[in-house]
Design a protein around this ligand. Sequence first.
Ligand code: C2E
Ligand code: MG
Ligand code: MG
Ligand code: MG
Length: 282
Amino acid sequence: YAKKKQGMAIQVFNSTLLKAFKDDAEIERDLNLAIRGRQFELYYQPLRDLQSKSYIGAEALIRWHHPKRGIMYPGAFIDIAEQTGLINSIGSWVLEAACKQLYLWQHRNIDMSMHVNVSARQFFGGNLYEQVWDLLTRYRIKPKTLILEITETELMEDIRYATNLCQELADLGVGLAIDDFGTGYSSMRYLKQFPISKLKIDRSFISDLNISRQSQEIVSAIIAMAKALNISLTAEGVETAEQERFLADNLCHQAQGFLYSPALREADFARFIEADKPVMLH
Ligand code: C2E
Ligand code: MG
Ligand code: MG
Ligand code: MG
C-alpha cells in the first residue's frame, strides 16, 4: 500500500510539474509576441502624500492582455521573462511607455512623479544609464519626477557595480527607491553608500500593523531611520483607515494601497486624480 501511495504521489508530482513546464514554455513563447503585438499596458497606482493629503505620484505596473488567457498580472510572467532574458525588451518598453506618459502629464500640467520597477537583469544588463539618459532627453522630462524602483536583494547582487550605476543615475537627477524594503538583506551601511532617495516599506509590515506590536515597532523604526537619513518613505499595501492613521501619526510621508485605489488604466487614473482635486471656491 505504501509503495502504491508513493507511486501515486510521484505521478501526481510529475504531471503537475509537467504542466508547469508546459505552461512556462507557452508563456515564454507568447511573451515573444507580446511586445510586437502591443499586448502590454501600463496601469498606474496613485501614491498619496499623508501630510498634504493629495496624490503626488504613480507607480507604473505592467499588465498583459493575453489573447487567450485574458489579463495577466506580472506575478505570472515577470520571473519567466527574467529567466529568459525577455525582461530586457519588456523593461525597455516599460521605461519608454512610462516616460511617454510622464511627458503627457507634464504637458497637461498634471504634476505627478512616476515610479518604474526595474528588474535585476535590466539593472545589471549594461545600458540602463544610456536608456534613461535618452528618454530624459527625448521626452524632456524633469529628471526628479522619474523614480526607479529596485529591491535590496537585487542591489546586493553586485554591490560595486550597483553603487556606481546608482551614482550615475542620481547624477542624472532621477530618483532611486528601494522596493519591498525590509524583506531583503539590507545593511545600514549600504543605505548610506547608495544614493537612495526613497524607501518603500514592504506591505507585509503594513498588513498586520494594527494587530502586531512588532510590526508597529519595525515600521516606527524604519520611519525614524528614513527621517535621520533624509530619505523619503512610502508605505505599500495600505488597505485600512487604521493603517493610514498609524502611518500619518508616525509621520510616514506617503502611502499607496487599495485604501486609495488599485492600479488603474491611464484614463481612469487621470479621472481619479482630477476628482480628488480640491474644488476651487470663487
Ligand atoms: P511591487 O513593485 O511591490 O508593486 C506593488 C504590488 O502590490 C502591485 O502588484 C500592486 O498591485 C500591489 N498592491 C498595491 N496596493 C496593494 C494593497 O493595498 N494590497 C495588496 N494586497 N496589494 C497591493 P502587481 O501589479 O501584481 O505587481 C507585482 C510585482 O510585479 C511588483 O511588485 C513588481 O515587483 C513587479 N512588476 C510590476 N510591474 C513591473 C514592471 O513593469 N517591470 C518589472 N520589472 N516588474 C514589475
Ligand atoms: Mg514597486
Ligand atoms: Mg517591485
Ligand atoms: Mg513593493
